[in-house]
Structures are given as C-alpha cells and as structure tokens.
Write a protein that binds this ligand. Structure first.
Ligand SMILES: Cc1cc2nc3c(=O)[nH]c(=O)nc-3n(C[C@H](O)[C@H](O)[C@H](O)COP(=O)(O)OP(=O)(O)OC[C@H]3O[C@@H](n4cnc5c(N)ncnc54)[C@H](O)[C@@H]3O)c2cc1C
Length: 327
C-alpha cells in the first residue's frame, strides 16, 4: 500500500476473527489499520481520502458489535477506530455535549446522567457513539440516537475535507441514517464528532430511568455477551410496527424457528439472539437466514429488515446476496 502514508503501520493479511465477538471463523482483511484520536487524526483522514478514487476499498468500524464478517474476509483496508482519547465536552451555555465519535455509549450515558441530562434511552447499547448515530441505535421503541443529534462533524473522503451537517427529518430512519446508506457501496463519510442535546431532568430522575432500563435489559445483555452475538439480527422496531411482535415473541409463538443448522440458530436464552458455534460455516448461516425469511413471508407476509452489516470480500453485501453466495 504505497499510495498513502499513515502515521502508524498498516498490517497486511490481518485475521478478522479477532474482531468478531461471536463468530470464530472470519477470513482475513488484505490490510488493517487502527485509527487513533490523536494529533495525527486529521492527517490520517486526508491520507485515507487518497484511496477514495483508487481501486482499494476501505471500511471503518467502531467496536464491531454489529457486524458479520464472512469466511472470505475483506479484500480491502479494514479500519478500526481506537476508543482511546475519547472526549465529551459540556457546553453549559447551550446545554449541548460535544462528543468524539469514538466515545463509548455507556460513557456518554453515565457522564450525562451525573449532570442530570436525560440520555437514559441509550442505556445498555454497546459500542461507540459514532456507530450508534450512524445506525440510529435505540432499545425497543424508546427514543433513538437520532433524536439527540443537533450537528455532526464529518470527514468527507471524496472532497477530502471536514464538513458540518445539521440533520433534517429525513436524515434518520429505523436503524438507519443518511451516512449508513451513503457508505454502503463506498465509504465516503467518517463521523468524527457529534453535538448532542437532551433535556435536563436532574440526576436522580435520569438515574431512575437508567435503572429501569438496565433492570429490564441486564439479564439479556449478560447472556448476549456470554454466548456471543451481534444483538438483534432482525430489526425488532420494524417487526413490532408490521405485526406487533418482536423476533423473540415470534420464536415463542412459532417453535419451528428453534431450528439449528450446525450451530447457526437463535439462542434459547435471553432475547433469543442469533448465535453460532466454532465450526458453523457461512453456508449454515445462509440456511438459517433463508429459512427465517421464507417462513416470515409465509406466516406474516413480511420481509424483515436486517440490522447487522454483512462484510464480504468485496465490501458490504445485502442479505439476499449473502444467501445467494453462500447457500
Ligand atoms: C448484546 C448486544 C446488545 C445490543 N443491543 C442493542 C440495542 O439495544 N440497540 C441497538 O440499536 N443495537 C444494539 N446492539 C447492536 C450494536 O451494539 C449497536 O448497533 C451499536 O451502535 C454498534 O456500535 P459499534 O461501535 O460496535 O459499531 P460497529 O459494529 O463497529 O459498526 C456499525 C456500523 O457503524 C459504522 N461506523 C462506525 N463508526 C463510524 C464512524 N465514526 N463513521 C462512520 N461510520 C461508522 C460502521 O461502518 C458500521 O456500518 C447490540 C449488540 C449486542 C452484541
């Protein structure tokens, strides 16, 4: 990779299983880089933008809690965001929080709670604030990330410059955003910093809401991390809107979803998250996804929305491409 000069080394043939919380047999990425929030960040972003018009693709990830990497790995540059040096600045006058995208959501929730500002609906969402904003994360039907965003500081790789964006009402949708859609084919935007705002309700009131949510989620989160999963694979918010049930409720009502393709299955515990075993292959997973889609169509005449990003050798692929390639 001599096209660009980054501040740290680029690793070649990096095994992505190390970056997977729940799937043990992911392939290699051709190149790997860890992007740090330090004095070199801006220069690194400018250098990475030189790849935008080459045939070397790149993808940027946070804490990898919402991705599925295939056995073929990724034939490009896999960029990890380092959570070190994350920053939250409170602008007292405007009552706004200026948050670096590499901040963990849990840190944001705790920091703002101590100041009495209500971000409690984000309690228990794993990963970074930047990713949460890009994926418009939320829990159940509670206030999603987008509702708190006032402004985004974004690096545009196509133009190789930083821009400020004030989102309008079309910017966020169910587990989606303008950034997520635009980056699907080719990574154009990096969310660097976000300005967030919420109402002041006092520390004790936020704490009460926080505890209510943590109590409801604790057991399922514990099981999710213990068993290894990527959270909900099918958007529950969308399922609730369409048929009034979460995926867990669908499984309970239809025991046939307790199917097991060599370890590719929905857990019997907690929120019934999608899990795999050490020797589960992409073919096994494709069988499970294919079965799920077909049965949901037959039973309820719906097509589920997939939440998790599927990364294959040539970049992000949709559910149907994954099934076609691996079944
Ligand atoms: C046990 C468990 C429970 C979960 N519960 C929830 C929940 O309640 N609600 C929910 O919504 N999700 C949930 N998730 C899914 C996941 O944690 C969230 O979607 C989270 O916001 C992803 O954060 P991450 O840092 O891990 O992102 P990653 O998986 O690393 O990346 C996710 C996406 O964001 C993009 N991205 C990341 N950072 C940037 C950036 N700075 N600029 C541009 N693009 C970027 C990536 O390219 C990718 O498309 C859960 C997952 C697990 C394992």
């Amino acid at each position: 990779m001599d096209q660009i000069k980054l501040s740290k080394d680029i690793i070649e043939n990096y095994n992505l299983s190390k970056k997977h919380l729940f799937k043990k047999n992911a392939g290699n990425s051709k190149y790997y880089y860890q992007l740090q929030y330090d004095s070199n960040l801006n220069n690194d972003l400018i250098e990475i933008s030189k790849l935008y018009n080459t045939n070397i693709p790149f993808k940027i990830f946070g804490f990898h809690t919402n991705i599925y990497i295939t056995e073929k790995g990724y034939d490009g540059l896999f960029i990890d965001i380092d959570p070190k040096n994350s920053k939250i600045i409170f602008n007292k006058e405007k009552e706004e929080f200026i948050v670096s995208a590499n901040t963990l959501t849990s840190k944001l929730v705790n920091y703002t709670m101590n100041l009495g500002y209500d971000f409690a609906s984000l309690t228990g969402i794993p990963g970074m604030v930047g990713s949460g904003v890009v994926g418009n994360s939320s829990w159940a039907s509670r206030k999603d990330y987008g509702k708190y965003v006032k402004k985004l500081i974004i690096f545009d790789f196509k133009e190789s410059k930083e821009i400020e964006v004030i989102p309008d009402e079309t910017f966020f949708s169910t587990r989606n955003s303008f950034i997520k859609k635009e980056n699907r084919e080719k990574t154009r935007y990096f969310v660097k910093e976000i300005i967030l705002k919420s109402e002041y309700i006092g520390k004790e009131n936020v704490r009460e809401k926080y505890l209510e949510q943590i109590n409801k989620r604790q057991e399922s989160l514990k099981i999710g991390f213990l068993e290894g999963c990527a959270g909900s694979i099918w958007a529950n918010l969308d399922l609730r809107e369409k048929i009034g049930m979460s995926f867990k409720e669908i499984i309970i009502n239809n025991p046939e979803f307790n199917i097991n393709f060599n370890g590719a299955r929905y857990s019997n515990n907690g929120s019934r998250f999608f899990v795999t075993d050490n020797d589960t292959t992409d073919k096994d997973v494709a069988k499970l996804f294919d079965f799920t889609i077909k049965r949901l169509k037959e039973l309820y005449n719906i097509e589920p929305i997939k939440e998790v990003l599927i990364l294959d050798y040539d970049g992000e692929i949709d559910l149907y491409t994954f099934i076609k390639r691996y079944l």
